[in-house]
Design a protein around this ligand. Structure first.
Ligand SMILES: [Zn+2]
Length: 171
């Protein structure tokens, strides 16, 4: 593993920590970090339910926070680390923010816009292209998501059983 790959894993660990914070808040566990010239300028996690905001995706919020921190809308020199492949909205913001690179963990077959369903990073019709490194700590990111959805299914099943069970059965 070279120094670049080691750094990618180190920063992806921060994004995974953010994903765990999301899970603790009952949010789908997706986390992100923005690194500019070797400095972590923003971290964020998914807060769609908490904020009742369809744009509150981890990497979207992290990019907005990074721009605020840097005092510029252009995120030139920045790499966005995110645990799940970005959707169209977030990949679109990466184009608009002129990011240098995106490193993501698990691919998203249901909405991935950096190589899976679409590839917004290298579309010559758009005015910016950026580098993408997929699959960094992908297993850990995917396992967080699987565990979250498994727990949610179990909780719903338990709630249904409790609602339908005979009175007094519930502790
Ligand atoms: Zn998104």
């Amino acid at each position: 593993m070279d120094a670049g790959e080691k750094n990618d894993e180190r920063y992806m660990r921060l994004a995974l920590e953010e994903a765990e914070l999301a899970a603790a808040e009952g949010e789908v566990p997706i986390g992100a970090a923005v690194v500019c010239d070797g400095r972590v300028v923003a971290r964020a996690h998914n807060r769609r339910e908490t904020d009742a905001d369809p744009s509150a995706h981890a990497e979207f919020s992290a990019m907005v926070a990074a721009a605020r921190e840097l005092g510029r809308w252009r995120l030139t020199g920045c790499t966005v680390y995110v645990t799940l492949e970005p959707c169209l909205m977030c990949a679109g913001l990466m184009v608009n923010a002129r990011v240098d690179r995106c490193v993501y963990g698990a691919a998203d077959p249901k909405g991935g816009a950096l190589g899976t369903l679409y590839d917004v990073s290298h579309d010559p019709r758009l005015n910016h292209e950026f580098e993408v490194t997929p699959g960094v700590l992908a297993d850990e990111a995917a396992e967080l998501l699987r565990a979250f959805f498994r727990a949610r299914r179990d909780a719903r099943r338990a709630a249904r059983a409790a609602a339908g069970g005979p009175p007094g059965e519930c502790e």
